[in-house]
Design a protein around this ligand. Sequence first.
Ligand code: ATP
Ligand code: MG
Length: 417
Amino acid sequence: MRLCGWVLRSKVIGKVVIVEVSGSSVKPYVLVGKEDVDPGLYNTLKDLPLGSAICFEGEPSETQKSKRGVEYNVKSVKVYSKPSEPLPVELVGKVPSLLDTRIKYRWLLLRNPLEKAIFKVRQSVIEAARRYLIENGFIEVHTPKIVAAGAEGGATLFKVQYFEREAYLSQSPQLYKQMLVSSLPRVFEITPYFRAEKFNTTRHLNESWGIDVEQGFIDGLEDVLNTLENLVAFIVNYVRENNKEELETLGVELPRISTPFKRLRFEEAIDILRSNGVEVQESEDLSDQAERELGKIMAEKGHDLYFIVGFPWPSTGFYYMREEDGYHTRKFDLDYRGLEIASGGQREHRYERLLEAMKLKGLDPSNFSFYLEAFKYGMPPHGGFGLGVERLLMQMLGLSNIREAAIFVRDRTRLIP
Ligand code: ATP
Ligand code: MG
């Protein structure tokens, strides 16, 4: 077979040369050249500078001695490119401890098994999500990323000059995916979100990716919670089964996930926090700190993943369905070990009530007429969620900073590379 990659490490021990090549698998290919068996090959391998781009013809050896990768019996080597300068970062062994260096040189550090493992798992997350949703009758759609109005209001939007008008980068496909359930009963989109807050946390990016789902003809919130818990369980278990080498490389033990996830009423979460001495406001979203504390308490009870259901109206977007008391909504969060990984809920599908909700939230319905129109022609009861890809990856792999889960990072200070 023919395999390709980059020379990661090379070692000469007397008449034997061992070259590790970083290719598409997590662990490197190990090429062994022996002077007395094939002097030509021995010399070629010995003279390869670190970082060279090569392909080789060979088969896996019958005897596998290396723990670092799979050994190949090599027939021939073709060199495609040699570095014109020494590499700017160390690519073998442990990745650099400075996150800044990792982010700057990620495109090169992806030759390192640890970095590669993270992004191979990310690829599996996307693959699993797509597979699960398509198998369950969801149609994949793409909605615009340049938009005229945001789902949550102005402060968090990036402005874009759109010919003679002002436009924004989309912070969520919320409005569009809702419009689509007026003709497609189940839709999903895997999409970037752009958020303009000046975040300075380990859990926020300014450009992040979400798995967004909207489901029509629901009988209530439970239908949405079921879809999300089954999706997350499918993704985690898929990674567990299909990324054994990556998880081993990263030293991650991923427990099998089973459903249903625990459902906590918002007030229950507040009570639990207060009885553990954490101060919280009853009408606001939970702070990062409160979420983390709740995560510890829930972990002790054996719950890594749990829903918080029924957020109060003052803390939510206008589009969530309100209960008859006018105060509680059908909005929920899904938390994974103390971090919100998804938000969602049942939406208000009744035109008059939606209009009223918008006004209550201080929004001008005339800016949303394109959206509101979709509620006039047989909009079914519906609900959905946005699941953060980097947040999910971060919690699955125990990464301490969300920046470790994005190849090219967009945050307050980074616009390149
Ligand atoms: P938070 O309260 O943690 O700032 P949010 O409630 O504003 O997040 P949502 O609008 O609910 O976020 O977005 C849906 C999901 O998308 C979140 O649960 C999260 O997983 C992910 N997400 C949202 N904003 C970001 C961000 N800035 N960086 C990374 N992931 C994000
Ligand atoms: Mg949220």
